[in-house]
Design a protein around this ligand. Structure first.
Ligand code: NAD
Length: 471
């Protein structure tokens, strides 16, 4: 059992002797770690440390910031095996994928910011004005469990690059990689107080962080419900907010598309991390006359997703991160059946041979009504809804017909046609004919999916205030 009864405040590990929170292994349900359920006082100490460190760090040179990020990048690479296994156990993502994504992406994103910083203009000249980009101040970072290190990196790397100081409250369900990160940062040249880590519950330490007057920005990834609380709290003293929240993304298959490739690409995307992915393509929109064939193809594709122990190299579908999440997904599958959708594959139970841990069968529903709850609400599990449409206008209407707007996909034999339809989707990113993920392209949502963007220069600009000097 990994005893992590400590917080990282002002460049020091501070032991914690109060209540702790158990961290469970997704594949077995066993307790594998303990972290502090810290109080408001610890959070206040961390915010004070970040506040004290701000003046100096805000005036650090770009070379100093780059050096720290290079050290961070080296540390992430060095500890990538440990990071992958830790997150595989906590979240349930199969080890092969966890190695590439959960451990690989944080290093990739850090590297991409190092490249960006080579020529990012922190000052620009406009006529007789010098426009300066200044760090926003103390930033509170609050993160979820599904990509626990990646989501932290997307905040702290641009925040450090901008000259901000940071208090991180990681997810209490998957907190261990944040401790690895703090250990790495502790070994860099980052001055004390620039990065602080406080473990605990949202309603206590998270609440203190989002309401504290010395915190000038909250960068949050998580549910729309919590994002809403943060937006309200931030309004009281005009904190800046960046919110990355839920999704119900549509994969739109146009009549001329290669149906086999579109269904395969959508199923793989939907089931990534057992559906615990905010950008998951959870609605597959197909021409009505191709609906039955799409259902058959989807059933065949999910049958290939071998479920099992996420630590095994051959496993393609792991468990969910918690018992609560598993039960919530079972409820949604039961609801889909009650709502009259056709159960094409899966169901509200664990796959055969997966009795321990938090497993859910990969599930496909056909003939799903666009307004039904399983087509409108984020399930966050391995559940795909296939929705038939009559014409292109209806497909676009259905795709845009949820409160979310995080991601999407369009498939067509004609790339220009696909781009035209993609441009009509009210969503932050669209994959056209399976286009590759790009760490430099902006990431974020329309509507209830978010405010602001992460990745690339857009992610850095979130942490910068703009000052103009008239000369
Ligand atoms: P959550 O909102 O329950 O928790 C996220 C974080 O917020 C946790 O650290 C939690 O402790 C904290 N929190 C909870 N209540 C709080 C409060 N009152 N004040 C301050 N902090 C509080 O979300 P979750 O269940 O951990 O994560 C799943 C959700 O995250 C999904 O809805 C998913 O779509 C979303 N998500 C979005 C993105 C994105 O980039 N758009 C990425 C990953 C996950």
């Amino acid at each position: 059992m990994n005893d992590l009864s400590r917080n990282y405040i002002n460049g020091q590990w501070v032991d914690w002797n109060g209540d702790t929170l158990d961290v469970h292994e997704a594949g077995t349900g066993e307790v594998i770690a303990r972290v502090p359920s810290s109080g408001r006082e610890e959070m206040e100490q961390a915010i004070a440390a970040a506040d004290r460190a701000f003046e100096n760090w805000s005036e650090s040179t770009l070379e100093q910031r780059i050096k720290v990020l290079e050290q961070l990048h080296a540390g992430l690479k060095e500890r990538s095996g440990e990071i992958a296994e830790t997150i595989c156990r906590e979240v349930g993502m199969p080890i092969k994928l966890a190695t590439a994504i959960q451990a690989g992406m944080p290093a990739t994103m850090t590297k991409s910011y190092l490249k960006l910083l080579q020529d990012f203009p922190f000052t620009e000249q406009y006529g007789n004005s010098e426009v300066q980009y200044a760090p926003v101040g103390v930033v509170g970072c609050i993160t979820p469990w599904n990509y626990p290190l990646h989501q932290v990196i997307l905040k702290i790397v641009p925040a450090i690059a901008a000259g901000c100081t940071i208090v991180l409250k990681p997810s209490e369900i998957a907190p261990q990689s944040a401790y690895i990160l703090a250990e790495i940062l502790d070994g860099t040249d980052l001055p004390k107080g620039v990065f602080n880590l406080v473990s605990g519950l949202g309603q206590t330490v998270g609440d203190t962080l989002i309401k504290h007057p010395d915190v000038r920005m909250v960068s949050f990834t998580g549910s729309t419900r919590t994002g809403n609380l943060i937006a309200h709290a931030a309004a009281d003293d005009f904190k800046r907010i960046a919110l990355e929240m839920g999704g119900k993304s549509a994969s739109v298959v146009l009549p001329d598309a290669d149906l086999g490739a579109a269904v395969k690409g959508t199923v793989n995307n939907c089931l990534l991390n057992s559906g615990q992915t905010c950008t998951a393509l959870t609605r597959l929109l197909v021409p009505a006359d191709q609906h039955d064939e799409a259902c058959e193809l989807a059933a065949a594709a999910v049958a290939k997703m071998t479920p099992g122990n996420p630590l095994e190299e051959t496993t393609r579908l792991g468990p969910l991160a918690s018992a609560q999440q598993r039960d919530r997904v079972f409820d949604y599958i039961r609801l889909g059946i009650e709502e009259g959708a056709t159960l094409v594959a899966g169901g509200p139970e664990a796959p055969d041979g997966c009795d321990q841990g938090y497993f859910v069968k990969a599930t496909v529903f056909g003939n799903v009504k666009p307004d039904s709850r399983i087509a409108q609400e984020e399930i966050f599990g391995p559940v795909l809804s296939i929705i038939p449409y009559s014409d292109e206008a209806e497909a676009i209407r259905i795709a845009n017909g949820t409160e979310y707007g995080l991601s999407g996909a369009v498939w067509s034999a004609d790339q220009d046609k696909a781009k035209k339809v993609a441009s009509k989707l009210r969503t932050g990113q669209v994959t056209v004919n399976g286009g590759a993920f790009n760490p430099q392209a902006p990431f974020g949502g329309f509507g209830h999916s978010g405010i602001g963007r992460e990745f690339g220069k857009w992610g850095l600009e979130e942490f910068l205030e703009v000052r103009s000097l008239q000369l």
